[in-house]
Design a protein around this ligand. Structure first.
Ligand SMILES: [Zn+2]
Length: 311
């Protein structure tokens, strides 16, 4: 299975890939173009979440306006015109059918009113592409050993194949979220019906295996599109991305994975994988990363407990 090979790093800091920190205008322009053309711009790492406004959708005039605003040429040509554009936008009713995915714990709290604040030293460990019959049990044992709760973004088809592993993760206090049914790299460009099936079949698989309805979704490879964002919101799923990606799926060596993950700051969302291939490097890295981050005073948290499934 291919994994996040198409996701481009948003920003590099000392060799560490961090997401969600790009100037949001590039993403806004791409989204506005997609809205105007009624096509799907696929954005991998193109969203900036911090302070980025929700974008109007299903509204070509709003889309055209955003496109205009996102163009430095337009802005520099006429200050008065730019001001008028901004005023019109300010008067536009808020339409947040989609917005940027969550990149950090502070994003998560902002986007989910009523969520209690996470501890000041919290980090969120997310583990994607399982459950896997070899690597998920090993990683579960490691998480148990270091008393480190995690959030598993699981693939629906594998949850159907290995439901006991989903139940094991839940019983150990971990959180489960939706990572599509078959992990198609081209999910953002699929027809709406196929995209919907990828979301909902996974919801069903998790309900059957884990006994609750997931409330978060992560796009395969972190590749988002406006249509996917709308669909995610329409099904009451919060789009969750990540802050730090050690690119462990590419097997860069456990030392690289360790160094990337040890760059975590409080509030970061860490990405790694228990599925999609040989995860021995990830496993070896976690043996070092889990105790070292805890020794630094960071606290592993999960997303809030899921609601019981509506059957
Ligand atoms: Zn994945």
């Amino acid at each position: 299975m291919t994994e996040h090979g198409t996701a481009e790093p948003a920003r590099s800091r000392a060799g560490v890939t961090r997401r969600g920190l790009l100037w949001w205008g590039a993403a806004a322009a791409a989204l506005a173009l997609a809205a105007a053309d009624d096509t799907d711009a696929v954005l991998a790492g193109g969203f900036g979440s911090r302070g980025g406004p929700a974008l109007a959708q299903h509204n070509t005039s709003a889309a055209a306006r955003l496109k205009e605003e996102a163009s430095p040429l337009r802005r520099s040509r006429s200050g008065a015109a730019a001001g008028a554009t901004l005023r019109r936008r300010a008067h536009q009713p808020a339409q947040s059918a989609f917005s940027a995915p969550v990149f950090s714990l502070s994003d998560y709290v902002k986007r989910t009113p009523g969520t209690p604040a996470f501890p000041h030293n919290a980090v969120l460990l997310t583990i994607d592409d399982g459950p896997h019959p070899v690597w998920t049990p090993k990683i579960l044992r490691l998480l148990h050993q270091y008393d480190a709760p995690a959030t598993f973004f699981i693939i629906g088809r594998q949850a159907t194949q290995y439901p006991a592993l989903v139940r094991a993760a839940v019983s150990e206090g971990h959180h489960i979220a939706n990572h599509s049914f078959s992990h198609p790299p081209g999910l953002p460009s699929l027809p709406r019906a196929a995209m919907t099936a990828e979301l909902l079949d996974t919801q069903d698989a998790i309900v059957r295996a884990g006994g609750f309805t997931p409330r978060q979704f992560r796009a395969p490879g972190g590749r988002w599109s406006p249509q996917m964002m709308r669909l995610t919101a329409a099904h009451d799923l919060l789009a969750v991305d990540w802050t730090i990606d050690p690119r462990d799926w590419s097997r860069p060596g456990s030392q690289h994975i360790v160094e990337s993950m040890l760059a975590a700051d409080p509030g970061d969302v860490l990405l790694c994988h228990d599925g999609g291939g040989d995860r021995s490097e990830t496993y070896d890295a976690l043996k070092i990363v889990l105790p070292q981050l805890k020794a630094r005073g960071l606290q592993f948290v999960t997303l809030p407990a899921p609601q019981p499934a509506k059957r």
